[in-house]
Structures are given as structure tokens and as C-alpha cells.
Design a protein around this ligand. Sequence first.
Ligand code: 1GP
Length: 231
Amino acid sequence: MRIDLSRWRHVFKLDPDRELTEEALERLCSSGTHAVIVGGSTGVTFDNTVELLGRIRRYELPCVLEVSDLDAIVPGFDLYLIPIVLNASDPRWIVGNQMEAIREYGPMMPWEDIVPEGYVILNPASTAARLTGADTTLAAKDVLAYAKLCDRLLKLPVFYLEYSGTFGDMELVRRVAAGLERSRFFYGGGIDRLDKAREAAGAAHTIVVGNIVYEDLERALSTVRILEEDR
Ligand code: 1GP
């Protein structure tokens, strides 16, 4: 199945390293969300990724893997999102890990199902920021320049503004959106209620809802209502 992410407005991001009951998974997958992204910054293994994929496959929606660990690349996903962390201080997260993946698995890589994402990580307390050594002290004009670099210079299909764990600066999100011409704009971080989902979705193309799934399922599900309001 070829997946077209250019129509996604709402996605849930599920972490293979965290517990989710069958009932919760069913409600998430039947909620009307456009896709599930499987991914996490730590504790993602081949085994827990296979297991979660198998469980999500019982539902009809697209299931994509956001690759963060070379040892946890599992065949069978609809799409593979490859983060390129533009503000990482550790070059392994810009192109190093990707080079190693191509070196090791190049001949087997399903290139037509691989989508690179230009990431900017802005919450210094997030695991992703710590892992990648992201420079989270960027001024707005720096973030806007990274977004343009992603869009115009690298011509990546996705620009992902990542505030994982905290709700970001929506004024900045709006300014980033205004500067993008071709990259699909993903926003993720701290969306834990419908009003925040609404605000973020009013600025970005696609919103990503993560943590709240594990903290308050009802509130996580409420964020999907933006799709009714879109109509
Ligand atoms: C994390 O962007 C996603 O990669 C979602 O962030 O977990 O804060 O919802 P939250």
C-alpha cells in the first residue's frame, strides 16, 4: 500500500516501549486519526516494534515506523520516516546513522517507502534533545531558517517541529508554516487537550499526539475531534 502523508492532519505516535491495553489500542486505531507512527527515543527494540506492529495491523489505518535505532528496523510497515535532526550537535543524528543504515542495509532498503523528515527539536528537557545534543537555544529566526533550509535547500517532504513533552510556541509554529512551500509541516509536543490540538492544527499541517495516550486516553482521543471541525 502506497501511503500519501500529504493528507494527514492528525496522527498518534505510539511508543513500543510503553504499555497499552488492547482496548486502548482499538479505540485509538478506530478513532478516525489518519495514521499511527511507531517510534520512541529510547528502549525501542526489534522485538517490541514487531509486537506493536502486529497489534496495529489488525486495524485498517496506515502504520509507519519512525526509525530511531538501526537494530529496530522492522519490515512490514507502510512507510519509514527517517529523522534528520537539523539542529543536532551530534552529526550522527544529521546523516551519520543514516549513512550506516545505507551501508549495512542499502540493497534491502525499500526506497519508495522511505520518507526523510527535517527535524528541529526545541524542548531541552526531552529525551530526543538530550540524545541528539540538539541546540534548543535557537532564536525564532534560526528556526525559520532551518525550516527554509529543509523546504528550499534540502527539499525534504516533511519539516517536523518537535517540542516533545511540552506545548510549543504557537506564534513560532504559525511563522514556520507561512515560510514553507513544499515540505509538509508536522508539529508535535504537549498536545493533551482538544483546544491545544485545535490551535496546533490551525497552524501546522499535521499534528502528532504522543504522551497523553499513556496518561489520559480520553483526552488523547478528544484531540481527534479537530477532524470533524476541519470539514
Ligand atoms: C513526540 O512529537 C511527538 O515525538 C508528540 O509529543 O509526546 O509531547 O505529545 P508529545
